[in-house]
Design a protein around this ligand. Structure first.
Ligand code: SF4
Length: 261
């Protein structure tokens, strides 16, 4: 949706995007919040969560050299952990986890549309009320989007809502984006027409991807997000030279929400 060429770099060329401080903080905070709910309700306190941050980072860094490389000296590590603790503290300004019992955490979902298009992704948290209402929750460690980008943040949630509707037969009652660092929540109640429109948009997006794949024409679409693009050096819009396309067999495209912090 952002830029066809960026999609090519990520999904067709599969050019790695090593973690940054920001994405690593997102990974760490998501992991702490997921594991916080392993504890009995009374133990889900801000102090307990703060104490989980450093050991959780050590565990993640031990499993991934790219993560470990981000905090090689003590002051870097201390600053990184301070930021992560601030995000975790931000979570507690938004809700009290002692009053919640999530139905699912880091929940893998997948469905195949009638056209054959497979949708898949991971939902941070799924809450189920006694009446059977579903709430989809996503944690964000980045800033609250300005109005122009709010629709794009919600599109990811509608994508998940569509998958849940198709797999469970129930339209989620609420989509909830929690911006931990800013201490803000964005809520949306989808209806059937929303989800049907989301499906149409995904089918159209997929048709555009198939067309680009057949023609090899993955257009650069420069915009405000180019400054954050990890592949700007290769982008012809900024004087770069495109690498040759990989063989079709090595480049089976998929459709899932882009990783986001
Ligand atoms: S720099 Fe901008 S136009 Fe180029 S690939 Fe990245 S997002 Fe697309």
């Amino acid at each position: 949706m952002t830029c066809p060429l960026l999609y090519r770099f990520r999904v067709i060329d599969k050019i790695p995007e090593p973690p940054t401080q920001a994405t690593a903080r997102g990974t760490l905070v998501h992991s702490v919040l997921e594991r916080l709910f392993d504890r009995p309700a009374a133990g889900r306190t801000p102090d307990a969560a703060r104490e989980m941050v450093a050991p959780e980072w050590d565990r993640l860094a031990a499993e991934d050299h790219d993560l470990a490389a981000l905090t090689t000296d003590d002051s870097e590590r201390a600053a990184f952990l301070r930021d992560a603790v601030a995000s975790v503290e931000g979570y507690f300004t938004l809700e009290d986890p002692r009053r919640l019992e999530p139905a699912e955490r880091e929940h893998y979902v997948e469905t195949v549309l009638d056209s054959g298009l497979k949708l898949r992704g991971y939902i941070d948290r799924l809450d189920l009320s006694a009446a059977g209402d579903i709430r989809i929750v996503d944690y964000k460690t980045g800033r609250v989007p300005r109005e122009a980008y709010e629709a794009s943040a919600l599109f990811q949630m509608k994508f998940y809502a569509l998958v849940i509707w198709r797999t469970r037969g129930v339209i989620p009652r609420m989509l909830q984006l929690m911006y931990l660092s800013d201490g803000e929540v964005l809520r949306y109640c989808p209806d059937e027409s929303d989800l049907r429109a989301t499906q149409r948009k995904l089918e159209a997006l997929w048709a555009a991807i198939e067309k680009a794949r057949a023609s090899g024409d993955w257009r650069a679409r420069p915009g405000k997000l180019c400054d954050w693009c990890r592949h700007k050096a290769l982008c012809p819009a900024f004087g770069g030279t495109l690498p040759p396309l990989p063989s079709p067999a090595a480049a089976a495209p998929t459709l899932e929400p882009a990783p986001a912090s």
